[in-house]
Each structure stands twice: as C-alpha cells, then as structure tokens.
Design a binder for this molecule. Sequence first.
Ligand code: 0WD
Length: 254
Amino acid sequence: MVMKGKKGVILGVANNKSIAYGIAQACAAQGAQIAFTYLNDSLKKRVEPIAAEFGSADYVYPCDVSKPEEIKALKESLEKDLGQIDFIVHSIAFAPKEGLSGRFMDISKEAFDIAMDISVYSLIEVVRELKPLLSENSSVLTLSYYGGVKYIPNYNLMGVAKAALEMTTKYLAEDLGKDGIRVNAISAGPIKTLAAAGIGDFRFMLKWNEAHSPLKKNVTINEVGNSGMYLLSDLSSAVTGEIHYVDSGFNIMG
Ligand code: 0WD
C-alpha cells in the first residue's frame, strides 16, 4: 500500500476509458484518497459515479482549466475538504479539430492559443494555485505523447503543445524542487480514448505502434496507471523533471 495516507486530485477523467481513470485505479489500489474534477455539466454525470467507485463521492469538483476562477475555486474546495494534498494529476489536453489534421501551416492563431492554454499553460496555473496545499513531499504528474518530440502524422498542433508541455515539466521541476515538489510526465503510447478520437486516422497510429514497438503491443490505461502511481509515490522520491515513456518501447526504434 505505497499510497496509503496520501491524498491528491486528478484532473482529466472524462470516462472509464480515460488515462486519468487508469491512474486513479492504480493509486486507489495502493491506498490513496482521490479528489476528482470534471470539465462541464455533461461530464459531471460521468465523473460522479466514477468518483463514487473510489469512495470519493464527496470530493468531486468542477474545473474548466480555461477559467482561472474555477481553478481558484478548486483550491478553496480542496483546502476545505481535504486540507493538505500530496499529488496532482494533470491529464488534460485540447486542440480545435482544425489543428489535428490537414496542413500544419494552416493552423489559425486562435486554435494555437486555445491548444496552448488548455494543454500547457493550465499545468502551470493549476500547480501555482494548488501549491499552498501541496505537502513538502509531493508529486505532480502530466501526460505527454511522442508527437511532441518527433513528427507524427496528423498530431500537428498537439505535437507543438506537447513539446511545450515537456519543457514546462522540466522548468517546473527545477522551480519546485526546492519546495520538495517533484514534477514528471509520462509519455504514453496511443490509447483509444475520447481525446484520441479527435486525431485524424488514429487507428493507423495504433496499428503502427503495435507493429513497430519492441513489445509488439499497444499500452493500456492500467499500464500507464501503474507507472503513474510509481511517479506519484515515494518509490520515485529522487525522480523529477523526467519524461517517462510508457509506450511498449516505441520511442527507441530508429
Ligand atoms: O493516445 C492517447 N489517448 C494519449 C493521450 C497518448 C499520450 C498522451 N495522452 C494525453 C492526452 O493528450 C491528455 O493530455 O493524455 C491526457 C489524457 O487524455 P485521454 O485520457 O486520452 O483522453 P480523455 O479521456 O478524453 O481525457 C482528456 C480530458 C477531456 O476529455 P474530452 O474528451 O472531454 O476533451 O481532458 C479534459 C476533458 O475531461 N479537458 C479539460 N479539463 C478541464 N478543462 C479541458 C478543460 N478546458 N479540456 C479538456
């Protein structure tokens, strides 16, 4: 029970296919107490029963990260209901559809700004706002993808956002290390989720990864969840600023 006594908040559960759900399962299995957030009213109906599964029916809060007042309200609610917390999971990304297929150079400034705001800046803002609640031995985790390092067909705007997210992880890790806060990212292999459905020809990406990774298989949210749990727990107490691949080894292939 390596997460026993630890409390944290997971942002980005949309349904039980979400990577964040896999992380919640792994952390709960190791004894963590988890608070959940939902993006909007239609997702609230999905997230509430999921929270109840983890004994967290009383710890479910709205948080659209594009609205600073909702992040501030989340801090107030968490402080009141949980007090200090030990971990944050940021499993959120969004890009307008025009940024996920077609010609890269045609991306509008509006789409670019939205993707960077929701998928990158939100990590900085969430960490800054929740920092007063973070214990001196805490861990922050975000989710990236290899399309932030190398060209992946159709990943386009999200690739640029993930590159920025990975560097944000490293700069935050340096900034917060002196406060005992670790910041890491998992770069997960492709998984069929709601967010993935927005990416052009995603099925091809799955097939390609399966065929060309050393382990010859795609990853599951349970596998990402277990690795996430390690990064959130004291088992990884000397690990920070790391981009940890959970991708069946795909990234090592030439
Ligand atoms: O192949 C994949 N699925 C991979 C996903 C491979 C590698 C990384 N990732 C990343 C994603 O880019 C994202 O950062 O993992 C993270 C989680 O994505 P997911 O689990 O694949 O997708 P999903 O279950 O859809 O969860 C992402 C959620 C949103 O879902 P929808 O589908 O409603 O956009 O991010 C949340 C929302 O719940 N989200 C927001 N939350 C708060 N404020 C916002 C927002 N403004 N926008 C989206």
